[in-house]
Design a protein around this ligand. Structure first.
Ligand code: NAP
Length: 245
């Protein structure tokens, strides 16, 4: 892994930051694409200090093909290759389906699903030319099992799983692998918004009995990004304490 170059979208904080940390520990250079440009730069600078890897944070909106194209060109110019892409940026705008506003449906689908398609398209094209690369998409268990109050989010994550399998089939002959990690309930800013009651209800559904940590997701991503998973493509690993079996 040493000397490889990884882009992590939405890597300024939360699960994305943990993924950046796990890859940096393996010697991977880290490029963070996030709308939070200052936080992205701060995270990459701290990884540079801690692990001696090259780290860069760029202001990128994953929903803009122009923004992603410009950032990819910058990475190739500065780093020479782009070996790992983690499509992690994602949002929630929860609400019951019959009351959901169109703008909340559109915002979630645009970032969580269209954003993954744009990243896969632009970076995938580079990887196909290189004849190597690995892409890991961050889905969610609710894309598999559904969740009341998350019609937009669960639909977007189910879409990410379909997109993962299709891109894996299209890219396999050129040595580019595409997999997904589907986290369950992980302790981040996204789940901090939950009420105590919601959290207790959720914990009761988890056979291992507790929320996961960002590092649990990051370790699965690092495995899929590495050669240890060289014969694995088009798969979804559920990191959810057994919620989905
Ligand atoms: P988070 O703490 O909110 O981090 C997401 C990051 O993505 C934020 O820095 C966010 O910036 C950034 N982002 C949002 N829109 C973006 C855009 N258009 N372009 C670039 N970056 C953008 O979320 P998290 O909990 O770490 O979640 C990371 C991923 O895991 C998401 O795909 C999420 O759906 C998935 N996931 C999380 C859980 C969980 O329990 N936490 C469970 C299953 C799946 P802003 O803060 O400015 O929006």
């Amino acid at each position: 892994m040493k000397g490889r170059n990884a882009v992590i979208t939405g890597g300024a904080r939360g699960i994305g930051e943990a993924i950046a940390r796990a890859l940096a520990r393996l010697g991977v250079n880290i490029i963070i694409w996030d709308v939070l440009a200052d936080a992205a730069s701060a995270t990459s600078a701290s990884l540079n200090q801690e692990y001696g890897v090259k780290g860069v944070g760029l202001a990128v909106d994953v929903t803009s093909e122009a923004s992603v194209t410009a950032a990819s060109e910058q990475v190739i110019a500065e780093f020479g290759s782009l070996d790992i892409l983690v499509n992690n940026a994602g949002i929630t705008r929860d609400g019951l389906l019959i009351r959901m506003k169109e703008e909340d449906w559109d915002a979630v689908l645009k970032i969580n699903l269209k954003g993954v398609w744009i990243g896969t398209k632009i970076v995938g094209r580079l990887m196909l030319k290189q004849r190597r690369g690995t892409i890991v998409n961050i889905a969610s268990v609710v894309g598999v099992m559904g969740n009341a109050g998350q019609a937009n989010y669960s639909a977007s994550k189910a879409g990410v799983i379909g997109l993962t399998k299709t891109s894996a089939k299209e890219f396999a002959s050129r040595g580019v692998r595409v997999n997904a990690v589907a986290p369950g309930y992980i302790r981040t800013a996204m789940t901090d918004k939950l009420t105590d009651e919601q959290r207790q209800r959720m914990q009761a559904l988890i056979p291992l009995g507790e929320l996961g940590e960002p590092a649990d997701v990051a370790d699965a991503v690092a495995f899929l990004a590495s050669d240890a998973s060289r014969y694995i493509t088009g798969q979804v690993i559920n990191v959810c304490g057994g919620m989905v079996m």
